[in-house]
Ligand binder design. Structure first.
Ligand code: VGL
Ligand code: ZN
Length: 209
C-alpha cells in the first residue's frame, strides 16, 4: 500500500482531550505524548477531522450514574458497557482538546456520546451500532476513500473508529505510535488482533517519512 497522503485521504484525530491526558478524569498513560505526533501528522493531510468525546452529565457510561465503581460493567439495551469515571462532560475543561493540539486547518469536529443512554467510542456510529454520527457521509462527500487514525485510546475509541471506518468501506491505517491505550484486561492485544483480522493497516510514524 502506498502510504503517501493524498487528497483522497483524511486524518482522524481521536479524542485528544484533557480528560484522557495525565491529570484528567480518565487519564491514559502518556496520553499527552500523542499531541506533537498528531500535530506533525496533521501537516501531512489536507483533510483533518477531530473527534471529541462529549457526554452530558449523568451519562450511561459513567459508573456514578449506576452507583457502581469505574471499570465494572453493566448490561445496557445494546450490550455490555464498561463503566468509566465521569469524563468529557460537555462544556468542562476536561472535554476541551489538549491545549497543545495545533491543527488549525482541521475543518470538522465530530462530537460523540451525546445521547445520555448510549455510549459512542466510534467516531462513525454509536454503540447501539445503528445511530450514525455523519462522519461517513462527510468523508464520502470529500471523495475520501482512506482514513488515517491517531489519538486516544488505541483499544477503545481509536479501535472502534477503525472498525466502523472499515465497515463503511474505507481503507484504514492506524498510526500506532501516535496513539496510546488504556489496556483494560488485555484490551490492547485484542484490539490489535481484531484490527489485523479486519484488514486495518497498523503503521508507525516513520513509515510515512
Ligand atoms: C474513550 C472510554 C470512554 C476513548 C472514551 O476515547 O477511548 N474511552 N470514553
Ligand atoms: Zn466517553
Amino acid at each position: 500500500m502506498d502510504l503517501t497522503p493524498s487528497d483522497r485521504d483524511a486524518l482522524v484525530v481521536v479524542d485528544v482531550q484533557n480528560d484522557f491526558c495525565p491529570g484528567g478524569a480518565l487519564a491514559v498513560t502518556e496520553g499527552d505524548a500523542v499531541v506533537p505526533l498528531a500535530n506533525a501528522l496533521g501537516r501531512r493531510f489536507r483533510h483533518v477531522i477531530l473527534t471529541q468525546d462529549w457526554h452530558p452529565a449523568g451519562h450511561a457510561s459513567f459508573a456514578s450514574t449506576h452507583g457502581k465503581t469505574p471499570f465494572e460493567t453493566v448490561e445496557l439495551s445494546y450490550g455490555t458497557q464498561v463503566l468509566w469515571p465521569d469524563h468529557c462532560i460537555q462544556g468542562t475543561n476536561g472535554a476541551e482538546f489538549h491545549p497543545g493540539l495545533d491543527i488549525p486547518h482541521a475543518r470538522a469536529v465530530i462530537r460523540k456520546g451525546l445521547n445520555p443512554a448510549v455510549d459512542s467510542y466510534s467516531g462513525f456510529r454509536e454503540a447501539d451500532r445503528v445511530s450514525p454520527t455523519g462522519l461517513a457521509g462527510y468523508v464520502g462527500d470529500l471523495g475520501v476513500d482512506r482514513v488515517f487514525l491517531c489519538g486516544l485510546a488505541t483499544d477503545f475509541c481509536v479501535a472502534w473508529t477503525a472498525f466502523d471506518a472499515r465497515e463503511a468501506g474505507l481503507e484504514v491505517v492506524v498510526v500506532e505510535d501516535a496513539c496510546r491505550g488504556i489496556d483494560l484486561d488485555g484490551s490492547l492485544a485484542r484490539a490489535r488482533a481484531e484490527m489485523d483480522a479486519r484488514g486495518i493497516v497498523r503503521i508507525a510514524m516513520r513509515d510515512l517519512a
